[in-house]
Design a protein around this ligand. Structure first.
Ligand code: TUI
Length: 315
């Protein structure tokens, strides 16, 4: 499958691994890149020197291109923006904000820039600012989310910009890939399915929760008290936070619960106080596979569907 995304990034399959804070480290990123996709190291809120270490480790694990994700709400964003240039990563993806102020420096360094956008408005602004592509991320995604579903967002973004669009949110098999391509996307980004990969280094409790989740086991916190709406696997933690929000808790009271909750999930598997971020598609993720198998199976299924579906429908 060749698209402007395979061309832009010099990769075999037009698939990016989600930039999952605390989760997306060198082993996972290198495995995805070695399998022909685009692996990503997430900066999260880690100190830049820790992330420099991960980037350097990834360089020893793969000769293929990989990227850096910068979470723009994080206080380390300026440091990571500089780090991307110093370490010469192939591309940067950004989330939770507008990366406009970094764009000139990244472009001058030859780094491809691919912001995550939850809306047509931001997609347009990013194209004007010089983005090479955008990731249109639907509300089905795990973690910090916008409001619009993938099936509604992707074609609207495709119509609004000329740069290539990568679809994210709710994609974990060849059907999702084929659907994304039919909406006009030229690539996909997946996070949740890579949580359930052999190379993903998260706590075993996290993987078990993803594998055990059913279609309705997804909860969003942060919808009432401000801050960032955040999708996770339903748990005693999400019930507690949502109950507090409904009871009129302040932003600070909620923050007390959520601060450090992703780290507690990833590192400690803390079922009481951890935030196990995952998308709605967790309900369909049923087995742990190596990244290479995940990617090869998705593209084999997706390509077959794209070729055969019209005939199956008698068209
Ligand atoms: O960023 C994400 N997903 C994330 S970040 C994250 S870490 C976190 N930790 C604690 C609390 C919250 C998050 C976990 N998951 N996805 C990309 C994304 N970007 N989703 C939504 C947005 C977004 C939202 C508003 C991007 C831009 C924006 O507005 C910018 C503007 O200027 O209008």
């Amino acid at each position: 499958m060749k698209t402007r995304i395979t061309e832009l990034l010099g990769i075999q399959y037009p698939v990016l691994q989600g930039g999952m804070a605390w989760v997306a480290e060198s082993t996972l990123a290198a495995a995805v890149s070695n399998a022909g996709g685009a692996g990503i190291i997430a900066g999260g809120s880690a100190p830049a020197e820790v992330i420099r270490g991960e980037i350097r480790k990834a360089k020893t694990l793969t000769g293929k291109p990989f990227g850096l994700n910068i979470m723009l709400m994080s206080p380390n964003a300026d440091d990571l923006a500089k780090l991307a240039v110093e370490e010469g990563v192939a591309f940067v993806t950004t989330g939770a904000g507008n990366p406009g102020k970094y764009m000139a420096a990244w472009k001058a360094a030859g780094i491809k820039v691919i912001p995550v956008v939850p809306s047509v408005n931001l997609a347009r602004r990013m194209e004007r600012a010089g983005a090479d592509a955008v990731i249109a991320e639907g509300t089905e995604s795990g973690g910090h989310i916008g409001q619009t579903t993938t099936i509604c967002l992707v074609p609207q973004v495709v119509d609004a910009v000329s740069i290539p669009v990568i679809a994210a949110g709710g994609i974990a098999d060849g059907r999702g890939l084929a659907a994304a391509m039919m909406l006009g996307a030229e690539g996909i980004q997946m996070g949740t399915v890579f949580l359930a990969s052999e190379e993903c280094q998260i706590h075993p409790n996290y993987k078990e929760l993803v594998l055990g989740a059913k279609d309705t086991d997804s909860a969003v916190t942060g919808l009432i008290c401000g801050g960032a709406p955040c999708r996770q696997v339903k748990s005693r933690f999400t019930k507690r936070v949502n109950d507090l929000e409904h009871q009129g808790a302040t932003f600070e009271e909620i923050e007390q619960q959520t601060l450090g909750s992703l780290r507690r999930a990833v590192k400690e598997g803390d079922l009481e106080n951890g935030s196990f971020m995952a998308g709605q598609i967790a309900g369909m993720v049923r087995e742990i596979r190596p990244c290479r198998r995940i990617i090869e199976e998705i593209f084999a299924q997706g390509e077959a569907l794209l070729k055969d579906r019209a005939a199956q429908l008698g068209l």
